[in-house]
Design a protein around this ligand. Structure first.
Ligand SMILES: Nc1ncnc2c1ncn2[C@@H]1O[C@H](COP(=O)(O)OP(=O)(O)OP(=O)(O)O)[C@@H](O)[C@H]1O
Ligand SMILES: [Mg+2]
Length: 219
């Protein structure tokens, strides 16, 4: 996954001013920075949830920011995993059906894969539960399984443990990173928590919409 010189403004406010980075399969990159520095904006652009005013986003050799919204959504379901601070599980679908959503969108529904991932996040036996009966940490572990369901090249995680207590946050982040490494998926982990950044291979600091590192982010 690659971003080339992303710039994004909202009215007179500059959220990103020329951000480039590359995340390779199996690589774990943390992004830290103060509130308002552009972390979520960057993640939304990398995930194709929004398109940049200028710059380019590439997934596996394909430029995606210029694709039609529907086409981009289908590509995303197959190639990119997403985990947010809130779990965004659908409350009237079972745990198993929630994990299957991305693969259904991508046209690759794989129930055995979903069951295997649920077992690996410690939720074997809870496939038919509704999200409402799970604990916060369990719900976020379902979100982790869902993010990996289509064997994405990269998982984008925006404060994925921000709604959990310290111990749960550490456990869920460790699970996300170790599963992604086993699967050879890259991870871009936005976090305020320095302890979580220690799971990463490298850490990038965002300040006022720019990386503070003086060398290009992908070298
Ligand atoms: N849709 C939008 N409309 C207007 N301003 C926006 C929009 N999205 C983001 N911004 C602004 O862009 C800047 C960067 O926001 P962003 O959400 O990327 O920050 P962040 O680093 O994720 O912060 P936090 O750590 O608080 O989540 C902020 O000043 C924010 O107010
Ligand atoms: Mg944010």
């Amino acid at each position: 996954m690659e971003a080339r010189d992303l710039r994004q403004t909202y009215g007179s406010l500059t959220a990103l001013q020329g951000v480039s980075l590359r995340v390779m399969p199996g690589e774990v990159v943390a992004v830290t920075g103060p509130s308002g520095s552009g972390k979520s904006t960057l993640l939304h652009l990398l995930g194709g949830l929004d398109v940049p005013q200028s710059g380019e986003v590439w997934w596996a050799g394909e430029r995606i920011d210029s694709l039609d919204t529907q086409v981009r959504a289908t590509r995303r379901a197959g190639r990119v995993g997403l985990v947010f601070q809130h779990h965004y599980l659908l409350e009237d679908l079972t745990v198993l059906e929630n994990v299957l959503i991305p693969s259904r969108l991508a046209g690759t529904r794989d129930e055995a894969r979903a069951r295997d991932l649920l077992a690996r996040v410690g939720l074997g036996g809870r496939e038919n539960s509704l999200p409402g009966v799970l604990s916060g940490g369990e719900r976020q572990r379902v979100a982790v399984a869902r993010a990996l369901a289509t064997r994405p090249a990269v998982v984008l995680a925006d404060e994925p443990t921000g709604s959990l207590d310290r111990n749960n946050a550490h456990a869920v982040a460790e699970l996300l990173v170790s599963l992604a490494r086993q699967e050879r998926s890259g991870v871009l982990l936005v976090t305020h928590d320095d302890r979580l950044a220690t799971f990463a291979d490298r850490t990038l600091h965002l300040l006022d919409g720019q990386f503070t590192d003086s060398v290009p982010a992908f070298l």
